[in-house]
Design a protein around this ligand. Structure first.
Ligand code: ADP
Length: 291
């Protein structure tokens, strides 16, 4: 139903009392070790929501790559389009404080973006293709494939870089973070960014974290507040939002229901430590929606 294309990493998430200063040694209360990356997290979200998901991107042949691949397979995700190689699997160390604020260290070694010929079209057509913009080489062949199959296309635009810039006005749905909107337009408000983006895109959503989202679709526009939840760690809220958004499109949901569905999924992710463990099931999302 949904093919997610982009970044896969491995996350080590430490819950710490505070962020360490230079030469300071601290102990973490909790350690989570699990797969991460926007597109991979979105693929797991689609699967937990009960739809078929595939992931296309890179994983190394190292320990972390093996572990992550196994996690994806256990989640029921089609991993045929995963490219393996001897470069390391990107690794993230995330230090989360009790107030939810994070410090991050990322490592990707000599890992390079995949070339276009590494896109292998899945045997069955998808109803939706979600890009996180982190594998720019795959964008063109994947977009042609999506168009040939009349699949909806979504860009999770988290930050502005060459990959997201090429895709932003070529996809049917541009789902931008507040940071992306600000980077693209300078210091303007999210509302101004939304208006400017919507001049060149049929459907734009700007997500505003705990303040919810604003959207514009053709001549219609609106705002949706976030679901009030006790947030523990907001890591992955955006990834889960995008996965649920793509799942909603693939399932043919009505527009406002789709936005509520994705917002509920994103909010639930904030109630647990880490991105992957925070991904809710369909049942949990429906419960929050009162269905
Ligand atoms: P990104 O991580 O891509 O910047 P956001 O932080 O904007 O994404 O979050 C995406 C969506 O997830 C929001 O629009 C909102 O619906 C939901 N969300 C994020 N943070 C919270 C929060 N603290 N409480 C409730 N919902 C949240």
């Amino acid at each position: 139903d949904v093919l997610c294309i982009g970044h896969a990493s491995f996350d080590l998430v430490f819950a710490v009392p505070h962020h360490p200063a230079a030469d300071e040694k601290i102990f973490a209360n909790t350690l989570l070790a699990c797969g991460g990356g926007p597109a991979a997290n979105a693929a797991v979200t689609v699967a937990r929501l009960g739809l078929k998901a595939g992931f296309a991107g890179y994983l190394g042949t190292d320990l972390y790559g093996e572990r992550h691949l196994e996690e994806l397979r256990e989640a029921g995700i089609d991993t045929q389009a995963v490219v393996r190689g001897s470069s390391p699997t990107p690794l993230s160390a995330v230090l989360v404080k009790p107030d939810g604020r994070r410090a991050l260290v990322n490592y990707k070694g000599d890992t390079r973006p995949l070339p276009p010929q590494d896109f292998s079209a899945p045997p069955t057509p998808a109803r939706c293709v979600l890009f996180d913009g982190h594998e720019p080489g795959l964008s063109e062949p994947a977009l042609s494939w999506a168009r040939a199959h009349d699949a909806a296309t979504v860009l999770d635009a988290g930050s502005l870089h060459t990959g997201s810039e090429w895709l932003m006005f070529r996809v049917g749905h541009l789902v931008a973070s507040e940071k992306f909107a600000a980077q693209w337009l300078g210091k303007d408000t999210p509302e101004q960014a939304l208006a400017a983006l919507a001049e060149r895109s049929p459907c734009v959503v700007v997500t505003l974290g705990e303040r919810g989202l604003i959207w514009r679709r053709g001549a219609e526009s609106g705002r949706l507040p976030a679901f009030p939840v006790a947030a523990v760690d907001t890591t992955g809220a955006g990834d889960v939002f995008h996965g649920a958004y793509a799942a909603g499109l693939a399932a043919g949901m009505d527009w406002l229901d789709l936005l509520r569905y994705a917002s509920a999924a994103g909010a639930l992710c904030c109630t647990r430590l880490g991105a992957r463990p925070g991904i809710p099931s369909r049942h949990e999302v429906e419960r929050l929606l009162g269905e």
